[in-house]
Design a protein around this ligand. Structure first.
Ligand code: PEP
Ligand code: MN
Length: 309
């Protein structure tokens, strides 16, 4: 069985119980925070990128997702615009008050390219480096990303390995020096999840928060992969989002696109920008429900600590 003791730095162990807390670009991250990180799975044209940031800004958001480097199953699929898009992504982010952009990297050059482009735009925004599910056990990449402390890291769980193996991957980052790590659940690969793209693993939100000191992110877009709706009309992606939030998730990473049918990657799972206010409203309802569940526990916890002392 997985024990917190395995994870020397990030594990929630006796004498090492304080949750990891950090602030980046004025945004705080810990096991109590709550942020929505919505945006483009793959960075698109300058116009689509700008429209996405504009909608996020109008909805009061300060975080976004933007994939410049896309690891793809097929070598013939679009691989992402790479460093070529970074200037307009960072510039537009700054213009619309977006402070943190979650962006996947797959090699060390990507960090240099990001640093360089941020500098060139006068540090208009900040970047959270994302390690994708296909690279969860790319140990050399983990060491490289773990050795730098400028950027926090969102590490996705590996889609075909145990939870414990993925938590060890996070520990690689911390053991190299970077403790600003958020752990991301995104579903696991099995045909048992069909018709969804992956099998939802959001029941692991409280498990990761119990075993480790990391904030936990959920990615309902990659878990579900489709825009299907329940019989009452609610999108499966929104149901999945709700399941993660009601269990205490600290962050939601979710794909949006101004024109989902034109998205360059993962169009079938992208929500349209018109749906952003609806998702945010739904998210708020569920987050409030989670907070009510916590408040209900308070008298009980107070009694418990009074008895213990
Ligand atoms: C992504 O978030 O863009 C992504 C590719 O996710 P994952 O690594 O979980 O498949
Ligand atoms: Mn994807």
């Amino acid at each position: 069985m997985t024990k917190a003791d395995e994870f020397r730095i990030l594990g929630r162990r006796k004498g090492n119980e304080e949750p990891i807390r950090f602030e980046y670009q004025g945004v705080a991250f810990d096991q109590e925070c709550f942020h929505v990180v919505a945006g483009l799975n793959a960075v698109d044209t300058r116009e689509f990128t700008e429209r996405t940031f504009k909608a996020l800004h109008a909805a009061g958001q300060v975080c976004a997702r933007m994939g410049a480097y896309k690891p793809r199953t097929s070598p013939y699929s679009f691989q992402g615009y790479g460093k070529q898009c970074l200037p307009y992504v960072f510039e537009a982010a700054g213009k619309y008050g977006i402070r943190v952009i979650s962006m996947e990297v797959t090699r060390d050059e990507h960090l240099d390219e990001i640093r360089e482009a941020l500098r060139a735009t006068g540090d208009a925004t900040g970047v959270m480096l994302q390690i994708g599910t296909r690279n969860t056990q790319n140990f050399e990449l983990l060491k490289i990303v773990g050795r730098q402390k400028d950027f926090p890291v969102l590490l996705k769980r590996g889609f075909g390995i145990t939870l414990s193996e993925s938590l060890n991957a996070a520990e690689y980052l911390a053991s190299e020096g970077n403790r600003k790590v958020i752990f991301g659940l995104r579903g696991v690969k099995t045909n048992m999840g069909e018709p969804h793209r992956n099998f939802l693993d959001f029941a692991h939100v409280p498990v990761v928060k119990r075993l480790t000191r990391m904030p936990v992110c959920i990615d309902p877009s990659h878990a579900i992969g489709l825009r299907t709706r329940g019989s009452e009309g609610i999108l499966d992606i929104m149901h999945a989002t709700a399941q993660g939030i009601i269990a205490g998730a600290n962050m939601v990473l979710v794909d949006f696109h101004p024109a989902p049918d034109q998205a360059l990657v993962d169009g079938p799972q992208a929500l349209s920008l018109d749906e952003l206010p609806l998702l945010l409203e739904d998210v708020q309802i569920v987050r409030e429900a989670y907070e009510k569940r916590l408040a209900r526990l308070e008298p009980q916890l107070a009694r418990g600590s009074a008895q213990a002392s």
